[in-house]
Ligand binder design. Structure first.
Ligand code: MTE
Length: 320
């Protein structure tokens, strides 16, 4: 009988090395903790699953509408990277129920004429809510198609008026030790920080996201607000943002700090530049059958026409 070859990829091949190394140490420590403290310290035990959120009405924007079938809501909200809640793909869904998303403010400061702290309820009213279908391509070589709700980040930046010195924008995300079990592991020097060049942030595709699948963002997807930069690997899209800083010089971001040879500042999706430990030429669409062929990864994740000009003259092998 002919045998069907199902491609098998070891977790160590696609998981960022610092993560699986830290996971081993963490599991060892938790094992010792469980012996010392009893069952209460078994990982996952005290944490609650995230609840569904209320509806968030939005108008579809046909300019940003893919014909591809969106990934199911179950997968979009159940297969996540949000290390503050753990490194397992279902940890964010299963352990983010205690995360506090109200009250919530976002401070915008640095090289801006009008620094300001925004309340989340004011941000929800700042510009009309649009629904846009974007591709999300993770550096781990899987992808999704997601119906986000929000508006262009430029609407917020126009309010604070970046000065002529502002060249970069830094996003600092929440760190709530009492509600985020993942903060106990030292994979990342918390809080998680990401950044963009200012022209990338001002591009209309760069979206401030408040909802998904017709509802306010579930905690596991970055409630109450995150960014989505569809032509970059998913790790650039910081979740649960609390501070935005406009800067003259390039800031140090979390993943660049951990492994600069593996994760660059730009992190543009590029099938021609491999990760040092795996190829970036193809991707696995989450939710597709195990036997379905892998999808070819597109330059700038399919958004080259809109964004390639931002990188004109740059050596993308060097500025990965
Ligand atoms: N933001 C924070 N604060 N913490 C994280 O661990 N993971 C990133 C990004 N934003 C991450 C984060 C990565 S690696 C990806 S692929 C996307 O979130 C995943 O977004 P999603 O789970 O909503 O699909």
């Amino acid at each position: 009988m002919a045998r069907i070859q199902i491609p098998r990829i070891a977790p160590s091949e696609i998981t960022p090395e610092p993560v699986w190394q830290a996971r081993r140490v963490w599991l060892r420590q938790m094992g010792m903790g469980a012996v010392a403290l009893g069952a209460a310290s078994v990982p996952g035990m005290p944490w609650a699953a995230a609840a569904e959120k209320p509806a968030l009405p939005a108008t579809p924007n046909p300019q940003y509408w893919l014909s591809e079938k969106p990934t199911s809501e179950k997968d979009v909200t159940g297969y996540n990277n949000f290390y503050e809640f753990g490194t397992g793909k279902t940890d964010p869904r299963d352990r983010s129920g205690r995360f506090q998303t109200r009250p919530w403010t976002v401070t915008v400061e640095g090289e801006v004429a009008k620094p300001r702290t925004f309340d989340i309820d004011d941000l929800l009213k700042l510009a009309p809510m649009e629904e846009r279908i974007y591709r999300l391509r993770c550096v781990e070589a899987w992808s999704m198609v997601i119906p986000w709700i929000g508006y262009s980040l430029s609407a917020l930046l126009d309010q604070v008026q970046p000065t002529s010195k502002a060249k970069f924008i830094e996003f600092t995300t929440a760190a709530q030790p009492d509600t985020m079990p993942g903060l106990r592991s030292r994979i990342i020097d918390w809080p998680y920080v990401e950044a963009l060049r200012l022209d990338e942030a001002m591009h209309p595709l760069t979206m401030l996201v408040f909802g998904v699948y017709g509802k306010m963002l579930p905690n596991q997807n970055g409630a109450p607000l995150r960014v989505a930069i569809p032509w970059k690997y998913g790790f650039k899209s910081g979740k649960s943002i609390v501070r935005i800083r406009l800067l003259e010089t390039m800031p140090e971001t979390s993943w660049v700090k951990i492994a600069p040879n593996e994760y660059g500042f730009y992190a543009n999706v590029n099938p021609d530049v491999d990760h040092p430990r795996w190829s970036q030429a193809t991707e696995r669409r989450i939710g597709a059958s195990f036997l379905a062929p892998r999808v070819e990864t597109m330059m700038f994740n399919g958004y080259a026409e809109q964004v390639a000009s931002l990188y004109q003259g740059m050596d993308l092998n060097r500025y990965y």
